[in-house]
Design a protein around this ligand. Sequence first.
Ligand code: TMP
Ligand code: MG
Length: 281
Amino acid sequence: MCRIFNVKIPELSNPSVCMRDPHRVQEILQSMVKAGSNTVQVISDFDMTLTRFAYNGKRCPTCHNILDNSKLISNDCKEELKKLLNTYYPIEIDSSRSIEDKLPLMVEWWTKAHEILVQQEIRKDLLAIVVRESDAMLREGYQLLFDHLYEHSIPLLIFSAGIGDILEEVIRQAGVFHPNVKVFSNYMDFDETGVLRAFKGELIHIYNKREGALLNTGHFQELRTRPNVLLLGDSLGDLTMIGFLNDKVEERKQSYLDSYDIVLVKDETLEVPNALLLYLT
Ligand code: TMP
Ligand code: MG
């Protein structure tokens, strides 16, 4: 396990922290401090990055899982969604397959799952209840992260292949949906009676979170004025900076180390990102 001793950021010596090149990380952080916090922004994935992977040994739900496990979905459809999860999630985390190989399969997963959800005539006014009754959990330290960014006027872009309506409700109910938070995700399209009819716009899945998608948004201007990005993710589709390695740890460790500057192994907290932000502001 590689560790560095850093007087300014002792959290970088936590046992969960792995880095391929600790000196480069130090250099990046030092240059970010020099540039000032008004050049920094945070871009983060949502499922399994801002939310926990597991709690007390039990897996926590993704945005999709919150709906899948809810009373809004019939038992037959629950079975179908579970089958999809059991088929495609192992592919998502399979380190022996290339992204090119996995991409069409991920599109297939999202497309099939969304088709099933649309068949369920889900009502918009019940989403808040379903989220409240779910086991969704933000990672420990979320309050500090969201509040600190807001207090320092640092934009937080949540870029998620989950479901925007659900994700927003999770952070709203946690009391941290501050005005500096922007969300790009798959949003539900409801008819005038408030029933789900489709998903809006272009599908976001785990492998198309590229600058191309950001180019289409007003947020790109913000990106340009804040070139120092602290990027948090848990999939190689999220890429660079701090990666949470939650599952299949040994098999995927090398590829995570090659891709992310800092890899957090089985770390359910936001302690390290928070420590870096305190250092940067
Ligand atoms: P993220 O980009 O916010 O992490 O969201 C993507 C996650 O959603 C990914 O890990 C797979 C998961 N997912 C489900 O759990 N169920 C589904 O039906 C689909 C399509 C994705
Ligand atoms: Mg994720």
